[in-house]
Design a protein. Structure first.
Length: 160
């Protein structure tokens, strides 16, 4: 597990940085976010890691999920730094961290537990985790697509 986490994080950071840079240089509306959209789409099926039948599949799916998550987080932070004017940047980064923590440590565990209860109890915890992860992944894909659609082409031309 340690190796999977380490390798996914390093590779995700490297590829996320390159993707954000290439997207930003593309000149397309929301170009900086295309790497995050692609990473979220690739990582979404990997949210099913808890119900993988073997340890190799579990490790591979978890690695892909962490890899995609690292890319999306890095690209999002970069987009905040590039697309937002100075007056909003600090507030947005604070909200990004606060809401991310609230969802990860407050809401998600309750959703997973509640879903497992609805499915029949503690024995369905893996299925509940997979279901919640998959739903959140689909919401992330939609969120990145929406952000791309509403992003300025160039902050100098169209400030938020």
């Amino acid at each position: 597990m340690g190796g999977v986490v380490f390798l996914a994080s390093i590779a995700g950071a490297l590829i996320g940085g390159v993707a954000a840079d290439m997207g930003n240089r593309s000149g397309r509306r929301g170009g900086i976010l295309y790497g995050a959209l692609a990473a979220a789409a690739i990582a979404a099926p990997a949210a099913l890691f808890p119900i993988m039948p073997g340890t190799a599949g579990f490790g591979a799916a978890l690695g892909v999920l962490l890899f995609g998550g690292t890319i999306t987080g890095l690209v999002t932070a970069t987009a905040i730094a590039v697309l937002l004017p100075n007056e909003l940047r600090g507030l947005c980064i604070g909200a990004f961290i606060a809401f991310g923590g609230l969802i990860a440590f407050g809401i998600s565990p309750v959703l997973v537990t509640g879903t497992s209860v609805l499915l029949g109890g503690e024995a369905h915890l893996a299925t509940a985790l997979a279901a919640v992860g998959l739903v959140v992944s689909v919401v992330a894909i939609a969120g990145f697509a929406l952000a791309i659609r509403h992003a300025p082409v160039d902050i100098r031309d169209e400030p938020i």
